[in-house]
Design a protein around this ligand. Structure first.
Ligand code: FAD
Length: 345
């Protein structure tokens, strides 16, 4: 019996899904740029509507798909396997840019604690190799025991001598506890990159809103620095939300972009719980609510956002309700990894 075949509409791309493969794995293997983020069924970035046929979830219903969405016919290809031939609605799928996903050893070149709970980390690839990626993509750090952790690449592709990450400390976390306690410059790590469908789409006319929550600033930084490097003409407004002033760990950098390029970059920092000692006279509240307050005309924009899952869920729901077309919203949700240790806890 032949393998089930998946067709993606309206593009008409078609491919077979091998035994044990998810629809996303098969699509990526066939060189298609299907959208995805966490690959755990949590973030919902890969969401597609089933037009014909049916899918199943061998690992159980994915948490990132609500019952209402499932009832409306949506599926998450990162977890779904086809039950026979399937047709999915997934606009904007093209051939993947010709960048192979690779594993490589990297050396910790520099570490800088930029906030009590944020480490800026620079990794050096081997002399003979360079990492190709699109601005906004992420890498996986491969832990010795087989677990992996995703981190957005914070440097733009043209500035690739070192790979920059912004790592928030999760006390007791399998990887970040190590970063904040025992990791030292010159340590070796193994990474896999580039990953993810979250990257700057340069073509287009619309102005751009970028919304970062906490270390979600990392991929936004890569995109803005890339946009400035290539002279992207579309104006960009960067919203950066954090709890307190310390959470805006590269505030001066972002303010500097806006000062140097006032016609192209606006920067709006927003604090949800400023401390008295912050003496904050800027915007307060939740960052996505600041975006909504400033933009009754949201559908005029392309929106890119990255940050913690709670922020991404709330912002996505509110932005779509404000009329932003789904095809103009791009995001990476920093979902915790779903490895056996977490599943058991
Ligand atoms: C596409 C993608 C990009 C990411 N980019 C970044 C980045 O640039 N910077 C960054 O700091 N993180 C990023 N993350 C999150 C990161 O992959 C890890 O989840 C996080 O660093 C914790 O890993 P850990 O091994 O220290 O903790 P774990 O051992 O995985 O977990 C320890 C404890 O912390 C909780 N926890 C873990 N992660 C989270 C989370 N994200 N939110 C809330 N609670 C959590 C767990 O539930 C658990 O209780 C990204 C995630 C994804 C999917």
């Amino acid at each position: 019996m032949s393998d089930p075949r998946v067709t993606l509409e309206p593009g008409g791309h078609t491919f077979e899904v091998g035994p044990g493969e998810t629809i996303l794995e098969a699509g990526l293997r066939h060189g298609l740029a299907m959208p995805y983020g966490c690959r755990n069924g949590a973030c919902g970035s890969c969401r597609a509507r089933v037009l014909r046929g049916a899918v199943a979830y061998p690992d159980g219903p994915p948490p990132g798909l609500s019952e209402a969405e499932a009832a409306e016919g949506y599926a998450l290809p990162c977890q779904a396997v086809p039950e026979g031939d399937v047709v999915l609605e997934l606009p904007q799928v093209g051939a993947a840019p010709d960048i192979p996903v690779r594993q490589m050893p990297v050396r910790v070149a520099r570490m800088e604690r930029v906030a009590p709970d944020v480490m800026r980390l620079w990794l050096k690839p081997p002399m003979t190799e360079r990492l190709r990626f699109l601005p906004g993509q992420y890498l996986d750090v491969l832990l010795r025991d087989g677990r992996r952790r995703g981190f957005s690449i914070a440097n733009p592709p043209h500035d690739d001598a070192l790979i920059e990450l912004h790592v928030r400390h999760h006390p007791g976390g399998a990887f970040t506890e190590h970063v904040f306690t025992t990791m030292r410059p010159k340590d070796l790590l193994r990474i896999e990159a580039p990953l993810g469908g979250f990257h700057l789409r340069e073509a287009g006319e619309r102005p751009i809103l970028m919304v970062a929550g906490g270390t979600g600033f990392a991929p936004i930084k890569a995109m803005v620095e890339h946009a400035l490097h290539v002279g992207l003409a579309r104006p960009i407004t960067v919203y950066w939300g954090a709890r307190d002033r310390a959470g805006l760990y590269l505030h001066e950098l972002a303010a500097g972009w806006a000062r140097a390029h006032p016609e192209r970059i606006r920067y709006v920092p927003v604090l949800s719980e400023p401390r008295p000692e912050d003496a904050w006279d800027g915007r307060t509240g939740l960052v996505h609510e600041a975006v909504l307050a400033d933009h009754p005309d949201l559908p005029r924009f392309d929106v890119y956002m990255a940050g913690p899952p709670g922020m991404i869920r709330a912002a996505r729901e509110a932005f779509l309700a404000r009329g932003l077309p789904e095809g103009q919203l791009f995001y990476d949700s920093f979902e915790p990894a779903a490895d056996p240790r977490l599943a058991a806890s």
